[in-house]
Design a protein around this ligand. Structure first.
Ligand SMILES: Nc1ncnc2c1ncn2[C@@H]1O[C@H](COP(=O)(O)OP(=O)(O)OP(=O)(O)O)[C@@H](O)[C@H]1O
Length: 213
């Protein structure tokens, strides 16, 4: 086996499922640390100024995690590099990045991905696990987790950002064809709070893994 990547909107539960899955499969989990990310609060405080910088920051981090994940045998990444582009294009459409920045970013991303695929290590993950949550559930989770800069009270314009992001995720997942994929219904299964749901979700993922091994 195998590299598994998680995807899903803000607060979908990617980090929690990554940890549960790594424990279950006895593999290593690679997390994106929000606490150590000093560009993220800058971005939330002034998205027009920092959207491009944040994207470069994430691209660098994700690339480092992918290299680390591919060097070992079994690994789970808590967010896929493929979603960053979705987030950046949304930000660009909202006027937070200009056309040139988008071009440079798109070029750099495809260049990096091409680079790894031409090396002796494979570039694609073996499975993408997408956690889909409704917009209401997304807001509930963001609220419950309580990260200051993500709160609607802090910045009411985040409502539209979150709504549009959640909407775009559906098409993103539908179009995703880089590796096998499975969607988990994060509204139906509360795998963080409910052990029965957690068991069910892990079973679904294991069944899927059995079909691709
Ligand atoms: N490429 C990106 N562009 C802009 N913001 C991003 C990007 N990637 C992540 N973020 C932001 O970083 C923060 C953490 O993102 P992420 O969704 O990966 O983790 P999370 O919210 O802890 O998710 P989960 O609860 O599913 O583990 C969020 O505020 C998100 O908006």
């Amino acid at each position: 086996m195998s590299v598994i990547v998680l995807s899903g909107t803000i607060g979908a539960g990617k980090s929690s499922l990554t940890e549960m899955l790594a424990n279950k499969l006895g593999t290593k989990a690679l997390y994106e640390s929000v606490e150590d990310n000093d560009v993220l609060p800058l971005f939330y405080s002034d998205p027009e100024k920092y959207a491009f910088l944040l994207q470069i920051y994430f691209l660098n981090k994700r690339f480092a995690s992918i290299k680390e994940a591919l060097a070992d045998d079994n690994n789970i990444l808590d967010r896929s590099i493929y979603e960053d582009s979705l987030l950046f294009h949304l930000n660009a459409d909202l006027g937070r990045a200009n056309q040139k920045e988008v071009e440079v970013y798109d070029d750099l991303l495809s260049n990096m991905l091409e680079r790894i695929s031409k090396s002796d290590i494979k570039t694609a993950p073996d499975l993408l696990i997408h956690i889909k949550v409704s917009f209401d559930k997304m807001l509930e989770r963001i609220n419950k987790r309580g990260r200051e800069f993500e709160q609607l009270d802090t910045d009411p314009s985040l409502f539209n950002y979150y709504q549009e992001l959640n909407k775009r995720y559906d098409k993103w997942y539908e179009d995703f064809d880089i590796c096998p994929k499975i969607q988990i219904d994060g509204d139906k299964y509360d795998f963080v709070e409910n052990p029965e749901d957690a068991k069910k979700v892990l079973e679904l993922i294991e069944q899927k893994l059995n079909t691709i091994r």
